[in-house]
Design a protein around this ligand. Structure first.
Ligand SMILES: NC(=O)c1ccc[n+]([C@@H]2O[C@H](COP(=O)([O-])OP(=O)(O)OC[C@H]3O[C@@H](n4cnc5c(N)ncnc54)[C@H](O)[C@@H]3O)[C@@H](O)[C@H]2O)c1
Length: 339
């Protein structure tokens, strides 16, 4: 199948593209290769994908409608998986405009083009952060999502609304993927796992927000990739209404939101303990108040995902951390700029 993947040089886009290429699909990647974090890491991911005969690539911004349109209209994908976005809660407080441009204008361009090429399925990355200040856990797709706490989360929620209206107007099958803290090899340097690992190795103090009283539902990258891969052939359809208990489907649109998570709580201090043990080093902790925009807890319900795909996340947190550290140590050793 021809699949267009945006954000293909990013953490999740890279792993997903690689798996789809390994499964024999043709992939057209699209990425601006921006310098929000270490560009060498994005280039290294890209170089791996480029070796595949069926991998095509356009470097460009989502906001550049002409460039995006040329790439999509020429490739004529059956499926678009839209992962490119300005990610990161904290940076969104400093640079909100970048989020409005990349995430809202960029996603709008993608949806317009998906309509133009009449895709069978458009899958768009949303985020667990849309649940915002909700205090009822685990988070379910049908819960109200009206209390986003950061601009990042607000842009993700906006894309869900825009996507729903397009899906309703033009009957475009759209799935919004609400991803819960994804981690693993080739991960993002702006995320806690990367920062803590670097800090512990360098014997630097690591900042621990809300005095450690927080937890996250950490989802291992291979599990996320498996879940997305299984969802490709599960395009929502209005005909399904009533056949499968899927309260996230509305009468108006072939559209659903779906949680992708591990359904387990990992407390921040437990997370650091595991890292210390695996690295054989002690962390120097700097306890801090909660950061602006942060949520205290996330936990997914994945009942709908299981019902649709039979998905069960396979990777427990300790194994996932071990895999991450193995990659991290070997990647930075090879580049001689150790840590
Ligand atoms: N990693 C997580 O824990 C997590 C959790 C929830 C949601 N998500 C969402 O999943 C998606 C992928 O996240 P990731 O962790 O791989 O992030 P990432 O930053 O590693 O990947 C995003 C990629 O998109 C590209 N990009 C950013 N803005 C662009 C633009 N305007 N035009 C073209 N390319 C652009 C970047 O260069 C980058 O390579 C994002 O939509 C993110 O919001 C991620």
């Amino acid at each position: 199948m021809k699949i267009f993947v945006t954000g293909s040089s990013g953490f999740i886009g890279f792993h997903l593209s690689k798996k789809l290429l390994d499964n024999g699909h043709s992939i057209h990647g699209f990425d601006s290769m921006n310098n929000y974090y270490d560009i060498k890491l994005k280039n290294a991911r890209y170089r791996i994908l480029k070796k595949y005969e069926k991998f095509f690539f356009t470097k460009g911004k989502l906001e550049n409608h002409k460039k995006l349109s040329n790439a999509i209209l020429r490739f004529k994908p059956k499926v678009i998986i839209h992962l490119a976005a300005q990610a990161g809660v904290r940076y969104s407080i400093k640079k909100p405009k970048v989020y409005l441009d990349s995430n809202i204008t960029g996603t709008h361009n993608i949806i317009e083009l998906a309509k133009k090429v009449n895709v069978k399925h458009l899958l768009i990355a949303s985020s667990s952060s849309v649940y915002g200040a909700n205090s009822k856990l685990p988070f379910k797709e049908v819960d109200k999502t009206e209390t986003q706490l950061s601009i990042y989360a607000a842009t993700k929620k906006s894309t869900e609304s825009i996507a729903h209206s397009y899906s309703s107007l033009w009957k475009i099958p759209i799935t919004m993927l609400r991803l819960f803290t994804v981690y693993g090899p080739w991960g993002r340097p702006d995320m806690a796992l990367f920062k803590f690992t670097k800090g512990i190795i360098n014997k630097k103090k690591i900042d621990i927000y809300n005095h450690g009283k927080m937890y996250r539902d950490f989802t291992y990258i291979d599990d996320v990739v498996d879940a997305i891969t299984m969802l490709i052939n599960k395009a929502p359809s209005l005909k399904q209404l009533g056949k499968i208990k899927d309260d996230s489907l509305t009468y108006a649109a072939p559209f659903r939101t779906i949680n992708i998570g591990n359904t387990k709580k990992v407390y921040l201090l437990e997370f650091i303990k595991i890292l210390e043990k695996e690295l054989g080093l002690k962390a120097f902790k700097n306890f801090m108040p909660i950061q602006k925009g942060d949520v205290k807890a996330t936990l997914s319900s994945t009942t709908l995902l299981k019902k649709l795909t039979g998905y069960n996340s396979r990777t427990n947190f300790k194994t996932g951390i071990k895999n991450f550290l193995k990659w991290y140590l070997s990647y930075y050793k090879k580049r001689k700029n150790f840590y």
